[in-house]
Design a protein around this ligand. Structure first.
Ligand SMILES: [Zn+2]
Length: 321
């Protein structure tokens, strides 16, 4: 039996949780999500991590593929796919024993704590990186577990591929005209890219929080897209909800470091804030603190973006003085 037949067969027989004769789609959605990572060229190693990138894709497919009382619990399929023979969990350092004794997973926290990544059988890994084989496996999964909404699922897969492709182009800083995708695809690609390059961490306070598929981090433009039409990574910054709001209201903005050092930006807080007032202290404590950089310095905030934000701050300071 050739490998494609073998794994198409395995996809037909996933050991799924059942509800009134209906098989739950969770495992199929997880496998479709992994296949999209391969499609976007983001699976250059046989290593599928339970990270925000995977969760975002899962979160796009799941609402379309699910029915009735299906709950969005991506940690379940990520963990229980290990029982289907081709999906292998690899423990985090120091957690091998804990993982080998884990029969049931309690939630995403436990999964993140114990599992470093999942890998596929090498043959299956090669198949999902091949466009034709991948398409065939996707078709099996959709037909078998999402047949009630197959057109809608295919549509999401197509959109997801467009989003990931655009994101990759922006990250590689490919020159030339980018076709203008629909607004929703464009903004989603930007959002995902910025969150990833900052490792889902606020560039002001450093907060990083995950619970199930919830976190606190937004992607913001330095110069708003409406004005700049600029989705480059250097025109973005990852911020928690509070710091995003404070930047948008020009209360604290990223700007140059000491001696006009645009390579090492710091936070600048509105001059009229006064540390004698208790309620100003929560914001003042970030004044002159460094902007937490992205994981790769080439994506650091651009000078024009920092200048634009500083100009806004100076305007509001002038207006309120
Ligand atoms: Zn923050």
């Amino acid at each position: 039996m050739n490998a494609l037949r073998k794994y198409a067969d395995a996809m037909q027989r996933l050991r799924c949780d059942k509800r009134g004769g209906r098989e739950r789609p969770h495992k199929a959605v997880m496998l479709l999500s992994a296949s999209l990572l391969a499609e976007a060229d983001e699976l250059n190693e046989n290593r599928i991590e339970f990270n925000s990138r995977l969760l975002e894709i899962f979160g796009s497919i799941f609402p379309v593929a699910s029915q009735q009382d299906d709950r969005k619990t991506p940690h379940n399929p990520f963990f229980y796919l290990k029982n289907d023979g081709f999906w292998h969990l690899h423990p985090k350092k120091g957690h091998a024993q804990a993982l080998s004794h884990t029969r049931n997973i309690r939630g995403s926290g436990q999964l993140r704590e114990t599992v470093a990544y999942a890998s596929l059988d090498p043959d299956l890994y090669n198949l999902i990186r091949d466009p034709d084989a991948r398409r065939e496996l996707q078709a099996v999964l959709i037909q078998r577990y999402c047949h009630h909404a197959s057109d809608a699922v295919w549509k999401v897969l197509e959109e997801e591929a467009q989003i990931e492709t655009r994101k990759q182009k922006l990250l590689r800083e490919e020159p030339g005209e980018y076709s203008t995708p629909q607004e929703k695809l464009r903004s989603t690609a930007f959002r995902r890219m910025i969150r990833e390059i900052y490792d889902v961490r606020c560039a002001a306070c450093g907060v990083r929080f995950f619970f199930e598929d919830i976190d606190l981090i937004d992607a913001a433009h330095l110069i708003p897209f409406s004005e700049s039409r600029d989705d480059r990574p250097q025109n973005g910054i990852a911020l928690c909800k509070n710091h995003h709001w404070l930047m948008d209201k020009n209360i604290m903005v990223p700007g140059p470091g000491r001696g006009k050092d645009y390579k090492h930006p710091i936070w600048h807080v509105h001059r009229q804030l006064d540390d004698r007032y208790e309620e100003h202290k929560a914001v003042l404590k970030w004044n002159r603190r460094k902007v937490i950089p992205p994981t790769e310095t080439r994506y650091s905030p651009c000078r024009e973006g920092l200048e634009w934000r500083m100009d806004r701050l100076r305007e509001v300071e002038k207006a309120s003085s």
